[in-house]
Design a protein around this ligand. Sequence first.
Ligand code: FAD
Length: 163
Amino acid sequence: MIQDGNAPFWYIYDSSNADVTAILEQGAEAGVVAKGETIEELAGEMGVDAATLQATYDRYEELAAAGEDEDFNKPAENLVALETAPYYAVKFYPTTFGSQGGVLTDSEGRVLNDAGEVISGLYAAGEMSNRYYYNENYVLAASLGLYAVAGRLAGAAAAADIQ
Ligand SMILES: Cc1cc2nc3c(=O)[nH]c(=O)nc-3n(C[C@H](O)[C@H](O)[C@H](O)COP(=O)(O)OP(=O)(O)OC[C@H]3O[C@@H](n4cnc5c(N)ncnc54)[C@H](O)[C@@H]3O)c2cc1C
């Protein structure tokens, strides 16, 4: 993603999993998934060079048969041969889903300074304080409940500190 901006990449499937194939068929009917009976036909639907895709596919099959990915180090358990026609290709775009910032707090919403000490009388909750909980990864759809609780905790801490 850093090298190529948000240039898309393709993910190729075969038809060995009936549940996945049923979903891909819906995508193909809607015109958002490329489908081909052969790799060459698939390349045509994808709008990419057929010889390059065939060579890429053949090399992947060779590595899958050998059980070791010397090119990209894909774990052996995921190195599955794609041999059941028809084949499908889905275009993916790498993207940044969200970013997180805010100030560091303790578990009660008291804001901390660089040394990790409480700054007296300063409290934070919600997005402003998410570093304590999320650290580096955004947890989908967990914010509203978490921040309602964080607000209550910070309010309770402020009330307790005043007394
Ligand atoms: C499109 C979208 C979808 C989302 N979907 C989900 C979801 O499905 N589930 C989930 O859990 N979370 C979801 N979130 C995240 C969630 O909505 C937020 O994390 C949460 O609302 C943040 O709460 P908050 O109280 O920290 O901030 P906010 O809700 O942003 O509250 C901050 C408030 O402060 C006010 N304000 C700003 N400056 C001042 C000022 N100077 N003086 C007075 N008031 C001020 C603002 O007007 C605002 O009302 C979604 C967010 C977005 C944008």
